[in-house]
Design a protein around this ligand. Structure first.
Ligand SMILES: [Zn+2]
Length: 436
């Protein structure tokens, strides 16, 4: 990317770029014009020209599953460092999970979080509200009031809504609201005390594993409850073959069910645990699975059965991640490797074409959360990411903008990277440097 910019310029002309806009099903070479925060139809006076040769221009890259840890655990991440990580990774919209301290379970907290992110101004943040008060699973939170305050969905993520009657109530409630319940599907009675996937590698390493069924039995239950209530359900981070079968069943029954897959489950397998000598750097929930599950998950993303890719960005302090495997917290810092991991696993492997793949990171997340955006069209807010699809790079977690440097992708070679991120016509990242 070359440029000759004037400081403060709000008029941009990106030349000779491949426009990939899943919102309008456009894949064409062309120019992109931005005037005062919005896409424009053509050139006007005073535009700064950017050469887009070799790059892709993608509107509204969206990640609907991140943990920004504020309030309460700012030593892991806060709204500023999380926003910077999002911009660095090429994202203009994120949905932040409510398992902070306190839990985001009231309209006031939802409004506070959204306003704080707006002050920072690096990413559009969609708050998720808790399903139950304090995510304690006992009493339904004020879903309607949180939605009025800007909540885009509801989740007790980090843990499941374990009680089926509670889940039924929550789904009944959101059938009248519109935004979905986002379930972390895990039967805790099957997974309690386990630290990875139960299989050949857990046996080899002597670590206690949970069966894939710990996830899929909960997905089957929730699909049935979505059918029963007509309540919109979004299944977070699916990984197991059985869960995918439940999603197929939901689709056949016409249930309002969507699901997401993470870049790490699409790229890695449970052999990462042995590759890292049982270091908890690869400890994540749900756990990394063997190749059979990964292959099925990749196919499901390709077919659209899983219509969303989301990072489950879960930053932790390295001291916490350095604990012994059983005690270390779950999670991978994922915003800054998402594009590279997904392109490496799904695009450069030849499994998916660019427009279909990018739909999983743009229009898919919008549909899952019932959000609307017109795409790269005249007058729309200029949320745009420039991607170099062929950039080969080695992950160096020390260079992350996130405070979380915990990733088993450290040292891996990935292909594909965001090189520019623009939020409402303002660059938040250029050539790897987060601005402001
Ligand atoms: Zn989760």
């Amino acid at each position: 990317m070359t440029s000759n910019e004037t400081v403060g310029n709000t008029r941009w002309h990106i030349k000779n770029v491949r426009i990939l806009d899943p919102f309008t099903a456009t894949d064409a070479m062309g120019d992109v014009f931005i005037v005062d925060g919005r896409f424009a139809a053509g050139p006007v006076q005073g535009m700064t020209v950017i050469e887009g040769q070799g790059l892709w221009a993608v509107p509204r890259m969206t990640d609907i599953h991140v943990h920004f840890r504020e309030p309460g655990q700012e030593h892991k991440e806060d709204l500023l460092s999380g926003s910077r990580a999002a911009a660095a990774g090429g994202f203009t919209v994120v949905a932040a999970m409510p398992n902070t301290s306190p839990v985001i379970d009231s309209a006031a907290l939802v409004a506070w979080e959204r306003n704080r992110a707006r002050e920072i101004g690096l990413v559009e943040l969609w708050p998720m509200g808790a399903v139950t008060k304090g995510s304690a699973g006992q009493e339904l939170a004020e879903l309607g009031l949180m939605e009025e305050a800007g909540a885009m969905g509801f989740s007790d993520d980090g843990k499941p809504v374990a009680n089926a009657r509670m889940m039924r109530s929550a789904l009944s409630y959101v059938s009248m609201l519109g935004h979905p319940i986002v379930q972390h599907a895990e039967d805790l009675s099957l997974s309690e005390g386990t630290v990875m996937h139960e299989g050949a590698i857990s046996h080899q390493l002597g670590l206690s594993g949970a069966p894939a069924a710990a996830e899929s039995v909960m997905v089957w239950r929730d699909v049935e409850l979505s059918i029963l209530t007509s309540g919109p359900l979004h299944v977070a981070h699916v990984t197991a073959i059985g869960s995918l079968e439940a999603l197929e069943y939901a689709a056949r029954r016409g249930a309002p069910v969507t699901a997401e897959a993470t870049p790490h489950h699409l790229l890695l397998t449970d052999s990462a645990v042995s590759d890292w000598n049982s270091s908890p750097i690869s400890k994540v929930n749900p756990p990394l699975r063997p190749t059979t599950h990964r292959a099925a998950l990749r196919q499901a993303v390709a077919s659209g059965l899983v219509s969303v890719i989301a990072s489950d960005h879960a930053p932790h302090h390295m001291d916490e991640k350095a604990a012994p495997f059983p005690q270390a917290p779950y999670g991978i810092s994922g915003l800054e490797t998402s594009v590279g991991a997904v392109f490496t696993a799904l695009l450069h492997s030849g499994l998916m074409d660019p427009l279909t793949l990018l739909a999983r990171m743009t229009v898919g997340p919008h549909r899952a959360l019932r959000a609307h955006y017109p795409g790269l069209v005249q007058g729309a807010a200029a949320d745009l990411t420039l991607i170099d699809p062929h950039a080969s790079w080695i992950v160096d977690s020390r260079a992350f903008y996130s405070q979380g440097h915990n990733t088993p992708m450290d040292g891996m070679q990935l292909k594909g990277r965001a090189v520019g991120t623009m939020l409402r016509g303002v660059w938040t990242m250029r050539e790897g440097q987060v601005l402001a």
